[in-house]
Design a protein around this ligand. Structure first.
Ligand code: GAL
Length: 671
């Protein structure tokens, strides 16, 4: 299951932009010397190099790239070769203004920036196809080239007349007729009824802005537009040589596109991870661990960490440098979750441009005498020591969290509860964090990819507002066969096309859960209700649902306000399994205790059978346990047996000390 068959190793390197240094030819030689010192074995090349590769329309200049790839190959460094479609050259925008994007106010953008193109424009597609084909013809057979990096961090959408036409076609394909569209979009509201396809425009703050179902469809359409563009580029590369896999670098959970769908267009999932270290590091780690597990889950395969910073970024509100130890620790985090690489943005700091002060492996001083450079060397060495784990990327998750993009969009567009603050993503992260901090492995599935027979013991469906792809039947089957299901407030309210279900909700699951929901109450920031469970009282905030326990057992009730005494947490036996309903947003200490109880009932193993101090987290990859200390002080931990640290060779028997911001990669001496 290697991601890069031409070079089946952990990749270490990052974005390399020698095209910005062509007037300093000696820089290339110095870079290669330094890369070897840092044990860099792969660079991502040419990501924004279109203007250098095609300085005039149809005139290609590959001489510099030939030289760079040739020298890298001689030095044993592989190349993740980019298509340059993330930013277009000025001549292209000047000659063909149609390639530029039109925004939600129907304004055509000017030349500049990146990701500023129209995915429908035939001219843009033709020019991208031409340069991609030329790149593939020249380099796909080069032994240094191990991966295609299509474009860069796709984002946004375009609303030009060409895209409007595609939007209407998308809706025709989805709904079949204008009549059906009117029905699904409930256009009787505010006299929105369409009588001619030409009346249908993209949603816009200065036009049709008030139809949640339309907005969700727009997000589906944006995902499709992006996916079509990726497939076009992939096809251009593949038609020359199908043997090199392709990837696109994704961004965190990225709300704009459905990453489950986009992942289907590529061979390898990769993403760019930029936590803000130096504040609440445990929280930052949990957020990024969640995305690592999401990325692994998208294809149920290992993934690549395509970008991270070796020191700081330049776009957080406050840009902190990494504290001692944090570079190695933060680089081991993705590995623990199935990554096959540690890559950076970027290799060498540019002298100008918006990112001239963004962290890079080599700074403006140009030397190896920096803390950042030494930290990168340390990671290079660690990856060599961990080489045996390359073939052991597996994570055996018995817990699955449903994370569903259309559901996320629907909640955010719904105009209910807490405006702009429904916090689906944060809520999913809180649930994930409760498992992650306690050493349980978690898979993510969306409604379409969830399979009730995958062997999970626990499935958590937070805020599953929209029921799509028959998920209600799948959840029912899961519980019937003995699974433990946890559903929460906002569950089962609207259908896949965005219409509210009539009748009792959670739709088609009231008999499984033994409850029905009646009203959703929203709390202001600072307000709280309470519930007591297992002897402890917990705060309930943000969203509290009024529910009725028809056949379910009430485990806990609200304690305040007029809802006092009504159910808040319920349990119901169904078939061989159990279905819980949590009617309110509960504080994290509850989630930790509650999920721990459920996991113990299902005998789900932790990465390490030991209770770790706060801030120390263990996660398992293959046969190795990554013990990570996100605190600022060393911690003593108890170990269930004898272990060896793959990073240092140290042996431990029954206990170990994990340094401040430190990491141990333990294998049991019996493994
Ligand atoms: C990424 C992007 C890189 C660079 C980096 C800076 O999102 O792909 O090109 O801009 O951020 O952190």
């Amino acid at each position: 299951m290697t991601l890069t068959p031409r070079f089946p190793r952990f990749l270490h390197g990052g974005d390399y932009n020698p095209d910005q240094w062509l007037k300093d030819p000696e820089i290339l030689e110095e870079d290669i010397r330094l890369m070897k010192e840092a044990k860099v074995n792969c660079v991502s090349l040419g990501i924004f190099a279109w203007a250098q590769l095609e300085p005039e329309e149809g005139v290609y200049d590959f001489a510099w790239m030939d030289r760079v790839i040739g020298r890298l190959w001689e030095a044993g460094i592989r190349v993740d070769l980019a298509t340059p479609s993330g930013a277009r050259p000025a001549w292209l925008a000047q000659k063909y203004p149609e390639v530029l994007r039109v925004d939600e106010y129907f304004r055509r953008h000017h030349f500049g920036g990146r990701h500023n193109h129209c995915p429908s424009s035939p001219v843009f597609r033709e020019k991208v196809r031409a340069i991609d084909t030329a790149l593939a013809q020249r380099y796909a057979g080069h032994p240094a080239v191990i991966l295609w990096h299509i474009s860069n961090e796709f984002s946004g959408d375009c609303r030009c007349p060409l895209c409007q036409e595609k939007w209407r076609q998308f809706l025709r394909d989805r709904y079949g007729s204008l009549e059906a569209l009117n029905d699904h979009w409930w256009t009787g509201f505010w006299s929105m009824r369409y009588t001619d396809w030409a009346q249908v425009e993209s949603p816009s703050p200065i036009g049709q802005d008030a139809n949640p179902a339309m907005w969700v469809d727009w997000r589906r359409f944006s995902t499709k537009q992006c996916g079509d563009f990726i497939l076009m580029e992939k096809e251009a590369l593949r038609s020359v040589d199908p043997s090199v896999p392709v990837t696109v670098n994704m961004m965190q959970r990225f709300w704009d596109y459905d990453y489950f769908d986009l992942a289907e267009t590529v061979d390898v999932v990769s993403w760019d991870s930029y936590p803000l270290w130096g504040t609440d590091d445990l929280r930052a780690a949990s957020e990024h661990a969640m995305t690592h597990d999401l990325m692994r889950s998208l294809k149920d395969r290992p993934f690549l960490l395509m970008e991270s910073t070796p020191s700081l970024v330049n776009w957080h509100q406050v840009n902190k440098i990494k504290r001692p130890g944090m570079h190695l620790l933060s680089s081991m985090l993705p590995l623990a979750h199935g990554a096959q690489s540690v890559m950076y943005f970027q290799w060498r700091k540019g002298r100008g441009g918006a990112e001239m002060f963004h962290g890079a492996v080599v700074g403006h001083d140009g030397t190896d005498r920096t803390r950042t450079f030494r930290g990168v060397c340390e990671v290079g060495e660690a990856l060599q020591k961990l080489a045996p784990l390359y073939d052991r990327p597996e994570r055996e998750a018995k817990v699955c969290i449903l994370f569903d993009y259309p559901n996320w969009w629907a909640l955010d567009y719904a105009q209910m509860g807490r405006k702009g603050a429904m916090h689906y993503d944060e809520t999913v992260n809180a649930y994930y964090r409760a498992f992650w901090e306690q050493g349980y492995a978690v898979d993510f599935r969306d409604s379409r990819r969830f399979d009730p027979e995958s062997g999970y013991g626990i499935v958590v469906a937070p805020m599953l507002f929209m029921l799509r792809d028959g998920i209600e039947e799948k959840l029912r089957a899961f519980v019937r066969r003995g699974g433990t299901l946890v559903m929460t407030y906002c569950g089962g309210v609207i259908s896949e096309d965005g219409l509210a279900f009539t009748g009792q909700v959670p739709h088609a699951l009231t008999d499984v859960l033994g409850i029905r929901t009646e009203e959703l109450d929203a709390l202001c920031d600072g307000e709280a209700n309470r519930m007591t469970w297992d002897g402890n009282t917990y705060a309930l905030t943000e969203l509290c649902e009024l529910i009725h326990a028809d056949t379910a057992e009430v485990l806990s009730a609200y304690e305040d306000d007029y809802t006092a005494g009504t159910p808040c947490l319920t349990r119901h036996a169904y078939g061989e399994g159990t279905a819980y309903y949590l009617a309110a947003q509960a504080e994290e200490t509850f989630l930790h205790a509650f999920f721990r109880r459920l996991a113990e009932e299902k005998a789900i193993p932790r990465a390490l059978d030991a209770d770790l101090p706060k801030g120390v987290v263990a996660q398992k990859r293959g046969n190795a346990v990554f013990v990570q200390n996100y605190g600022g002080a060393a911690q003593e931990i108890a170990l269930p047996g004898r272990f060896t640290d793959l990073l240092t060779g140290a042996a431990f028997d029954g206990k170990a000390s994990v340094p401040a911001r430190g990491v141990l990669v333990l294998t049991g001496n019996d493994d």
